[in-house]
Design a protein around this ligand. Structure first.
Ligand SMILES: O=P(O)(O)OC[C@H]1O[C@H](OP(=O)(O)OP(=O)(O)O)[C@H](O)[C@@H]1O
Ligand SMILES: NC(=O)CC[C@H](N)C(=O)O
Ligand code: SF4
Ligand SMILES: [Mg+2]
Length: 422
């Protein structure tokens, strides 16, 4: 998914380095920076005391894996800018047919349109053409520009103090951060201006709540950890199996497991441990997702026990399959898998790298078929009804329903976003 950050004012260079560290759960394929030096835009780690700077942490959805490609620097005539964004632009070739990936198309079309139409209308024009999701930060000669995606699919927050302004994908990277409303643009320099770029109905990504965002961040004004606990509690309400202990797939399923166990009066045991240096497997390039190297099962917690194994989501089934096998090998008598989100049967075209139906373990399969593939004794997901009741109606559910805010044709989007270098 990527994380973006920007700062304007005293110590902006040091501020973006800190923001990047606090957003590293949003992408660890690469980190990139840009900053202003004597009015010129530079790429590279900024001096601590620079006046304006950007940061991007990458989890790629377009272009090559495993490299830092953002911020993107562009010069159009005499206008120099650097742009970092979070999201996916399905029709990026329509924005700029010379671009090698969506971030480059966005930066080139922004520079061109801002030069030709001025900042306010230029930004508006680019967003009018985008099919996809894009929250962005940019360095411009007028200051730093921040835009929250018109549907609010991707988050963006801001904080203000006497040193200046700081912007970040999530509130955890800021002190007293407040979330920007969908479709809001802010230019922060010697003067501050704010304008609206065609805001649409709010559709914040459901998977930000379920998996992606930091548990200490606030989304839609709610603490992410609390939402995850509520999902776990609701999942437990329909439980019919008997179990001795609750465990979970580390790290993100932890809060859902706490909510689930509390509702059933069971103990949560840390039976599955994850090597802290292995990071998030789901957002690694395909060749680097190796659950057998990342997870370890503590036999003493589960031997001869019936285990409830909680995960926040089941996407390709990579993590859970490996862990069920390890639990069984270590002597668990039953493994009842419980998932704190409904089956994901459709691709994401808005910033997550599952952009093809065939990648998804639940695509075209019923729950029983998925259970068989992953090797669980039983498998149950939270119901769509309970999921919606907890997350509300300002959320994107497209990967659960196959219905997209932009009325996207799935065959077309899969073709546009196909990545041949997997
Ligand atoms: O079905 P899959 O394709 O395996 O994807 C889903 C899994 O990947 C994520 O964990 P990840 O290891 O990325 O990070 P985490 O430590 O934050 O849970 C998520 O929490 C699930 O465990
Ligand atoms: N996940 C994201 O936000 C990715 C941003 C952009 N599509 C890239 O691949 O760099
Ligand atoms: S399709 Fe799924 S992952 Fe993508 S933005 Fe919507 S809820 Fe999030
Ligand atoms: Mg996980």
């Amino acid at each position: 998914m990527c994380g973006i950050g920007a700062a304007w004012g005293k110590g902006a260079g040091a501020a973006v380095v800190k923001i990047g560290l606090w957003l590293s759960h949003r992408g660890h394929e690469g980190v990139g920076y840009a900053y202003l030096e004597n009015g010129a835009v530079k790429l590279g780690k900024p001096p601590e005391d620079t006046q304006a700077a950007l940061v991007h942490v990458r989890y790629s959805t377009s272009g090559p894996y495993g490299v830092s490609l953002q911020p993107v620097y562009v010069k159009y005539r005499d206008l120099e800018i650097a742009v970092a964004f979070n999201g996916t632009i399905v029709n990026f070739r329509q924005l700029d047919n010379t671009a090698s990936f969506d971030g480059e198309a966005l930066a080139k079309s922004l520079a061109r349109e801002m030069w030709e139409r001025g900042v306010v209308e230029g930004v508006q024009e680019v967003y009018k053409r985008i099919v996809g999701a894009a929250s962005l930060v940019a360095l411009t000669p007028w200051g730093i520009l921040a835009v929250r995606d018109p549907h609010g699919i991707r988050p963006l927050a801001l904080s203000h103090d006497i040193d200046g302004v700081k912007i970040a994908s999530e509130t955890v990277a800021l002190e007293n951060g407040i979330e920007l409303a969908p479709g809001i643009a802010i230019m922060y320099g010697d003067r501050i201006s704010t304008w609206k770029i065609d805001p649409k109905p709010m559709r914040l990504c459901a998977l930000e709540y379920v998996y992606f965002a930091h548990p200490a961040s606030k989304l839609g004004g709610r603490l992410v950890a609390d939402v995850r606990k509520a999902l776990g509690r609701a999942l437990a309400e329909d439980e019919t199996e008997e179990g001795d202990v609750v465990t979970y797939v580390p790290e993100t399923a932890r809060h859902a497991a706490l909510g689930f166990a509390k509702r059933l009066g069971l103990e949560v045991v840390d039976a599955v441990v994850k090597n802290r240096f292995s990071g998030r497997l789901f957002i690694r390039p395909p060749s680097e997702r190796k659950p057998e190297e990342a997870f370890y099962v503590v036999r003493d917690f589960i031997e001869k026990k019936r285990v409830f194994l909680i995960d926040d989501s089941l996407i390709r089934g990579t993590n859970i399959k490996a862990i069920i096998w390890m639990l069984k090998k270590a002597g668990a008598t039953k493994v009842h898998v419980r998932i704190a989100s409904p089956p994901i049967r459709w691709p994401c075209f808005y910033g997550m790298d599952f952009q093809k139906r065939t990648e998804l373990v639940a695509w075209g399969r019923d729950v029983e078929e998925v259970r068989e593939i992953i090797g669980a004794d039983t498998l149950r997901y939270i119901s769509m009804e309970k999921f919606r009741a907890i997350l509300g109606d300002v959320v994107c559910y497209s990967c659960f329903t196959g219905v997209y805010p932009h009325g996207i044709d799935i065959d077309w989007a899969e073709r546009e976003l196909s990545r041949n270098f997997k």
